[in-house]
Every structure is written in structure tokens, then in C-alpha cells.
Design a protein around this ligand. Structure first.
Ligand code: SAM
Length: 469
């Protein structure tokens, strides 16, 4: 039975409701009148329901699809301007007792080197990340109650926030770890995490059970209800995601939006971010065994449809995607990207020897952070290292109301420019710095309020003279 307010995953991600939604979308995929009405509704920038959005995703009318892409680009600009938030993943441990059939961390994989960072190794990794210029991390780990305990995670977070190195400090630590209890989420919140990220992998329960045949992650309901527990534990920034390629993308899309609707209905705040990972080649995994892979065109359409359906939710793309794909979806809705990423445990401090591979999947975008930052600026994007919202307590519904009011432009643009300036001064290559300084010069004129513009200009001068406030 479909019930957006229910606490049970079988109700708020009702299989019957998804099948009904897909049938409705199929019936209407060439209904130009309805599609026009839905595009008009999306233009109000208040989002679309899973049923409405599913019609647009299914739409096969070329001109209407072009309108959808155009609208996604416009909504992206309206809500996020040309800022792109930068982050890097930090792999803490690849010990895992699960059996995810698509992930090389699975328990039975005996030829992957198992590693868990000590606090000293974490220090080395974080300093290497700070030396690139990163301020925002996403912690990653497998699930293992013996090696990867909550005490371990709390100690890691504490270590990371405590590292001061040159001008660098990690200002926001997000975390992507297995579903856990309300009490543990409360501990993570108290430790100062930013976003709690957990990918659903697939919303299709039957497939989920087959793809996770054993281990704690096998429990579909416990996994799917994790965000409810996280919110009960006080974490109000949660990040959803689907691993595209495992099941049919239109099913996943409807499930993802239903999940967002459920969080909004039950807690008054939707997801802070949505990630769109696609399945990659990895040790012991042949992506060929999964036959639901999506091509770049469908991937772009998915990103565009998510953008117009939940305009106020950030969207994340990782280095699983190559430069060309990242470029396309940046225009259509992505607001955060990683750069200079390593998916191996300990890979930032020193590259792994060939016989000790521990990485999670192949990275497609292998450029350095400096190269990614330069590339973004060459496309007129402002790479942002800002974490002010989190630092000033603007999380959850306080962040959402700022975003929904459109006011986020007024504070994010100046902050992005100032943190970019700091990055350019501290870490950038001369070529990147030259491009960045010109960009800042142009962009500072786009701060709408005259007084605010003067303050930003003064702050930029201070940073230039190496006087930080
Ligand atoms: N242990 C946590 C969990 O179970 O959710 C964190 C998982 S892992 C470090 C982060 C994500 O990597 C997973 O949720 C999964 O979606 C993704 N992943 C696993 N195998 C992958 C592959 N072969 N290609 C792309 N992404 C993959």
C-alpha cells in the first residue's frame, strides 16, 4: 500500500505505486498536451511529483526533450549560479562482511588487499588532500562490525577536524557508511559530520535481495529506512543515490523521487544531495553481468529530470565519469564534483604497488584537482571551496528555506569567490591562478548588492596580501 508518510519502506517505496507510475508514464510518453503542462509546472521551480517527472523521463518527443534539457540548465543557473562545490572521497577501510555482487569489497573477494587506515595514516592522507587544496571530504568505508566500528569512525572524524596544516583545514566531513542505528547517527551528528550519504543501490526490492545475498546489507527495509533513522538521530542533511546499471533506470528514478517525497513529508526536509553513480569495472566484478547499463544520453536525461523535479537538492558527480560526461551533466544540474580522487585506501599519500591493489572501482577522470579547477574556470564555472552554510548551522530545513527563497545566490556567490581566491593563493599552479584571478575580477561585479560587493572586494584584497580573517 502506498503511503508517503509511513515509516515502512514497503509503503513509502511501494512497488505497486512504482509499477503504476511507469504504466502511466508509458501511456503518456507521447501526450504532448500533458508534457507541455508538466514542463510549465516545472518552470514554477517548485518541483514535480514522481508520477509527473516519470512522464517527462519517458517522453520520446524530440522537441519536448530539448525543452526539458533547456529548463534543467536554466533551473541549475537560477538555484546554483555558476558555482560548483569541490570535494574528495577519503577511503578509510575496505574491510567488509557484505556480499554486494557489484562491489569488489565483498567478503569472498580474496585477492583485494584489505586495509584500514590508522590515525597516523589518516593524518598523512588528509595532509596530502590539504596540499591539493581540499576543504571538504566524503569518508568511505565497507561494513565490518569488528574493524569499522562507530568508535573508529568517531576517532577518524575527530582526527580529521583537528589537523591544521599550513593554511589548510578540512571544514566539512561528510560520511558514506553502512546503515546504522539512531543512536549511532546521533553520535555522528555530535561529531560534526556534514551530510550522511547512503546509496540505495536499487529501489527494486526483489533485485536488491539478489544483489545483496548475505550480510547485514541484505536487509532491504533496514537499509531503505536508514535516512529516517538518521533524521531521528538529528542529522538533517542526508544524501541519496542509486547505483545506475543495477536495475531499470526508470524504476530507480521513480523510487528515488518517492524517497525524497517521503523525507519531505515525514521530516519537512528533503535530501540535501542526490548522487548519480553508474556501475564501473572493478576487481572481481564484470559489469557485463549487469544488463541495465544506461548510455550517456539517458544519463544526461536522468540528470536533467532530477534537476527539474527537486530543484533545491544538490547533485553530485564523482570521478566514476570521464571528463566529457562530467562536462555535459554539469550544465544540466550537477552542483558538486570531486577532483583528484583516489578510491584506494591510503592512495593519496602514496600510490599503491600493483600487487597490493585496494581500490573500489576504476576512476575515469584521473586529472589532478588543479586541472579540474582550471577546466571548470575555463568553462566559466566558479569552483567553490565554501563550507559556510555548514559552519553557520544552515543545514536541513534552514538550508532548504534559504535555497527555496532564491537567497542562496546572495551569500554563496561572494563566499565562493573568496574561497576560490584562497585556493588560488595557496595551491594553484601559475597558469590556473592567472585564469582564476581573471574570473574573480569578472565575477565580483555580479555580486548584486553594492555594499556587499565592496566588502567582497576588500576581503579579496586582504587574501591577496595574505591577511586572512
Ligand atoms: N559500505 C557503505 C554501504 O554499504 O553503503 C558504503 C559503500 S561504498 C564505500 C560507496 C558506494 O560505492 C556504494 O554505495 C556503491 O553504490 C558504490 N559502488 C560499489 N561498487 C561499485 C562499482 N563497481 N562501480 C561503481 N560504484 C560502486
Amino acid at each position: 500500500m502506498y503511503d508517503v508518510n509511513s515509516k515502512c519502506a514497503d509503503d513509502f517505496i511501494s512497488h505497486e505505486e512504482i509499477l503504476d507510475t511507469l504504466a502511466y508514464a508509458d501511456e503518456n510518453k507521447e501526450n504532448a498536451e500533458l508534457i507541455d503542462a508538466l514542463i510549465e509546472k516545472a518552470k514554477l521551480r517548485k518541483g514535480l511529483t514522481h508520477r509527473e517527472a516519470s512522464v517527462l523521463l519517458a517522453c520520446e518527443i524530440k522537441e519536448k526533450n530539448e525543452e526539458i534539457f533547456k529548463l534543467a540548465e536554466q533551473i541549475k543557473k537560477d538555484f546554483y549560479g555558476n558555482r560548483i562545490v569541490m570535494f574528495a572521497p577519503l577511503y578509510l577501510s575496505n574491510y567488509c562482511i557484505n556480499s554486494c555482487t557489484y562491489c569488489p569489497y565483498h567478503l569472498k573477494n580474496k585477492h583485494i588487499a584489505r586495509k584500514k587506515l590508522t590515525q597516523e595514516e589518516i593524518r598523512r592522507e588528509v595532509i596530502a588532500l590539504q596540499d591539493m587544496g581540499h576543504k571538504r571530504l566524503a569518508l568511505e568505508a565497507g561494513e565490518d562490525p569488528v574493524h569499522n566500528t562507530m568508535e573508529y569512525y568517531l576517532e577518524c572524524i575527530n582526527t580529521i577536524y583537528g589537523i591544521k596544516h599550513k593554511n589548510g583545514a578540512i571544514r566539512r566531513v561528510n560520511i558514506n557508511i553502512a546503515a546504522t542505528t539512531v543512536d549511532n547517527y546521533r553520535l555522528l551528528k555530535d561529531a560534526g559530520i556534514g551530510t550522511y550519504i547512503l546509496f540505495q543501490e536499487t529501489y527494486h526490492k526483489e533485485s536488491y535481495l539478489t544483489l545483496h545475498p548475505a550480510g547485514p546489507k541484505h536487509d532491504y527495509n533496514y537499509h531503505t529506512e536508514a535516512m529516517d533513522r538518521a533524521m531521528e538521530g538529528g542529522i538533517d542533511d542526508v544524501g541519496l543515490g542509486v547505483l545506475f546499471g543495477l536495475d531499470k533506470y526508470r524504476y530507480e528514478f521513480a523510487g528515488l523521487l518517492m524517497h525524497a517525497e517521503h523525507l519531505e513529508a515525514a521530516f519537512g526536509v528533503g535530501p540535501h544531495t542526490i548522487s548519480v553513480p553508474r556501475l564501473k569495472r572493478a576487481d572481481d566484478i564484470d559489469p557485463g553481468q549487469f544488463d541495465n547499463g544506461i548510455d550517456d544520453e539517458i544519463f544526461a536525461k536522468l540528470v536533467a529530470c532530477i534537476r527539474i523535479s527537486v530543484p533545491y537538492t544538490g547533485m553530485i558527480i564523482s570521478t566514476r565519469e570521464n571528463q566529457a560526461t562530467r562536462e555535459r551533466v554539469l550544465h544540466l544540474g550537477i552542483s558538486q564534483i570531486s577532483g583528484g580522487s583516489r578510491t584506494s585506501v591510503g592512495g593519496y599519500y602514496e600510490p599503491e604497488p600493483e600487487d597490493e591493489k585496494s581500490e573500489q572501482f576504476d576512476v575515469s577522470d584521473t586529472r589532478s584537482l588543479d586541472e579540474v579547477v582550471r577546466w571548470l574556470m575555463e568553462m566559466d564555472y566558479i569552483p567553490s571551496f565554501c563550507t559556510a552554510c555548514y559552519r553557520e548551522g544552515r543545514t536541513g530545513d534552514r538550508f532548504m528555506s534559504l535555497c527555496k527563497s532564491g537567497q542562496i545566490q546572495n551569500c554563496c556567490h561572494p563566499n565562493a569567490l573568496m574561497t576560490l581566491k584562497e585556493y588560488l593563493m595557496d595551491y594553484a599552479s601559475p597558469e590556473t591562478k592567472a585564469i582564476g584571478d581573471k574570473l574573480i575580477e569578472r565575477e565580483v561585479l555580479n555580486v548584486p548588492n553594492e555594499k556587499a560587493r565592496a566588502v567582497v572586494m576588500e576581503n579579496l584584497r586582504y587574501i591577496e596580501q595574505d591577511n586572512r580573517r
